[in-house]
Write a protein that binds this ligand. Structure first.
Ligand code: GLV
Ligand code: MN
Ligand code: MN
Ligand code: MN
Length: 413
């Protein structure tokens, strides 16, 4: 079979960037806010339309399309050794309020274009190739990120629990499932998972480098906090001021780590009842903090907790809830995948750089069940999660080429 990686046809690899750009623009119109902003919240009418749009492209490419119970969408191009674990790639199309049209989308539509490129070149995959659209990478609607990929990789607790389930003959559920051809653990289902994404940082653009190859993804945590004021109406202990103090404490704990890799923000701060002539009786904050170093991130989280307790006590308000929504470990990319991406970039004469991802991605979770690697492309001033988000057609096309050839190479492993 034709192999664009081994043969020298990689120079003539044709990315139809006009068509891809048209698709990116069209997808951005499925939005609940006016252009140039994009707002596409999980399972809203616009999200459902956008999903249909993506599925129609998947079908046009002749891929077999499947959806799971939570709306992850899989489009598979069967390899000639289809029983081998597949090589997958993908990202998300949900968009936080008033954001842009490239975050996630480049990794879904770009992946479908990468499949197109390989099909046009006459390539035949050995391992199947699969494009995945993940449900709700963004935490907007349900307060937890990467829902689809989290659920896809399964929970350790569940598989631990199932280990203890045995029948009358002392056969475990897991053994019985395995002998019937089912696999409760997703581990080994994919040979590798790749994700193409805009950098969401300024480094590639500033340094004039075409391709970022991600070596590790930082560890994210998010926390929800509620304060309740106490006392009589006219001398109510102010739950709003407690929240304000905690917001500043978050900044202090993050800066105290001394590392540029420690970051944190308070993206949500709500006061109740929200009237100018009413002392806030309740306040609600949502905190996001991340670090490439898990221990350092954990120290920040416990520092925030101590501050919340101390502030509540001193201000005589009640810390009615301190909920750690997620506290995920970081993930490392796989050597084999990194090497393949480096080789491919060199072959395409594209400058590249090894870098870490401070943003999280579905790849953070896919790394738990599969070799993982990510391709970053430059984006304008590093802007993301806002309408100024932009990646140039040339950079997108470069990313698609690297993705296509890496998929091809890993498919033949
Ligand atoms: C991704 O959306 C992130 O917040 O890192
Ligand atoms: Mn995002
Ligand atoms: Mn994203
Ligand atoms: Mn994201």
């Amino acid at each position: 079979p034709a192999n664009p990686f081994v043969s020298d046809s990689s120079n003539s690899l044709f990315v139809d960037i006009e068509s891809l750009q048209r698709q990116i623009d069209e997808l951005s119109t499925f939005s609940d806010t006016p252009a140039p902003t994009v707002t596409r919240i999980l399972f809203s009418d616009k999200d459902v339309l956008a999903r249909k749009y993506i599925k129609s492209i998947m079908c046009q490419l002749g891929l077999s399309v499947r959806e799971d119970a939570v709306g992850n969408i899989f489009a598979r191009w069967e390899g000639y050794e289809a029983e081998l674990p597949a090589v997958a790639t993908g990202s998300h199309i949900d968009a936080i309020p008033y954001s842009g049209k490239y975050d996630g989308v480049v990794g879904v539509l770009g992946a479908l274009e990468a499949i197109s490129v390989l099909k046009r070149s006459g390539f035949q995959p050995k391992r199947s190739l699969e494009v995945i659209l993940f449900t709700s990478e963004e935490p907007t609607r349900f307060g937890i990120s990467c829902l689809g990929s989290r659920l896809l990789v399964g929970s350790e607790q569940l598989s631990e629990g199932l280990k203890e389930a045995v029948d009358g003959q002392n056969t475990s559920f897991l053994d019985a499932a395995r002998s019937a051809g089912y696999c409760i653990s997703q581990e080994g289902h994919y040979f590798a998972f790749l994700e193409l994404h805009i950098e969401q940082g300024p480094i590639l653009e500033e340094e004039g480098v075409s391709i970022g190859i991600v070596t590790a993804i930082a560890a994210p945590a998010s926390i929800k906090v509620d304060f309740e004021g106490g006392g009589a109406t006219q001398v109510l202990n102010d739950a709003g001021l407690a929240a304000a103090e905690l917001a500043l404490a978050v900044e202090r704990h993050v800066l105290a780590s001394g590392s540029v890799d420690s970051v944190g923000t308070i993206g949500i701060l709500e006061l109740h009842p929200g009237a100018v002539n009413s002392i806030p009786s309740k306040s609600h904050l949502e905190i996001d903090t991340r670090d490439i170093d898990e221990e350092r991130r954990n120290k920040i989280v416990s520092g925030i907790h101590q501050s919340a307790v101390e502030i509540a006590e001193r201000r005589r308000v009640k810390l009615s809830s301190f909920k750690i929504v997620n506290q995920d470990p970081p993930a490392s990319s796989d050597e084999l995948v990194i090497n393949a991406m480096e080789m491919v970039s060199q072959k395409l004469n594209l400058t590249h750089k090894l870098m870490i991802s401070r943003a999280y991605h579905d790849s953070l979770f896919m790394a738990r069940i599969s070799r993982m690697g990510m391709i970053f492309i430059p984006c304008f001033k590093g802007f993301s999660h806002k309408p100024e988000e932009y990646a140039s057609p040339v950079d997108i096309a470069n990313g698609v080429k690297v993705l296509a050839l890496t998929l091809a190479k890993l498919s033949l492993e």
